[in-house]
Design a binder for this molecule. Structure first.
Ligand SMILES: [Ca+2]
Length: 256
């Protein structure tokens, strides 16, 4: 789960766009789909009656009919609108079908934030193909920047970007890592897994553009610990899922 603070022109005022309100969810396992519907249709209104929410989602994505996933964004409709959406076609010449779950890219307008407009590129990599897919995300980033003429782009999701899925020796081959114009907000030292026996920074948030980077509250990007936040046991949080989601914060001058 990701949540964020949008930075305000007046830095003294900050507004949390809560993770439960502004999240990118992925997955087609039943409970994720159920959770998505629960969040968009019920939970947001039930637990946050002060705000209205809308969602935008991709088609189901995947190479096989038997296992597919969806990207879903939930946002506060009073302050945020969807300007554009773009399902990456994954047909780059010479590199066709780079992704198992092609990014569903959404451009948001949030005029009361310091950045005003920004683009989110979600991705859930295939663990066995993490290096390749993370590198290919760089091509998606460049295409989107050109297409929408913007530098305010954030890439986020379950990148599987650590431990055995992304060995240290592979990192020099990932342009998303080697290009210094990108900021990785969740460091390699973070633990985004639920199990106490594992420590891997699988879930990540990566920001492109100095303007966008400056709009994020320093140190606000971190894992959202379901177990701690909701007082759950390890058994409960590992029922299906093995990872916490990450969250980040941007600043705005909005008020709750
Ligand atoms: Ca593909």
């Amino acid at each position: 789960m990701h949540s964020m603070f949008l930075k305000s022109p007046e830095p003294s005022e900050a507004y949390r766009v809560d993770g439960r309100a502004w999240s990118v969810w992925r997955g087609c396992s039943l409970w994720i789909v159920a959770l998505t519907h629960l969040l968009s249709a019920s939970l947001c209104c039930r637990f946050d009656p002060k705000h209205q929410y809308k969602s935008v989602s991709s088609e189901r994505l995947g190479r096989s009919d038997s296992y597919q996933e969806q990207y879903v964004f939930i946002y506060r409709s009073s302050t945020t609108t969807v300007m554009d959406e773009y399902q990456y076609p994954d047909d780059r010449p010479g590199d066709e079908d780079a992704f198992s779950r092609e990014p569903f890219v959404v451009r948001f307008k949030a005029p009361q934030t310091a950045v005003k407009e920004f683009v989110l590129i979600p991705q859930h990599t295939t663990p066995t193909n993490t290096t390749k897919e993370l590198d290919a995300l760089y091509d998606v980033l460049q295409q989107v920047r050109k297409m929408w003429k913007t530098d305010n782009v954030m890439l986020l999701g379950d990148f599987n970007a650590d431990c055995s899925y992304l060995p240290k020796k592979n990192r020099k081959n990932v342009r998303l890592i080697t290009d210094t114009s990108l900021s990785w907000l969740i460091p390699d030292t973070a633990d985004t897994t639920v199990r106490s026996t594992t420590s891997c920074a699988y879930d990540r948030i990566v920001v492109h553009g100095e303007t966008f980077d400056r709009a994020i509250v320093p140190s606000s990007a971190k894992a959202f610990n379901f177990q701690e936040e909701y007082g759950l046991t390890e058994k409960q949080v590992t029922f299906k899922k093995t990872k916490n989601k990450t969250k980040k914060s941007l600043k705005s001058h909005l008020h709750n």
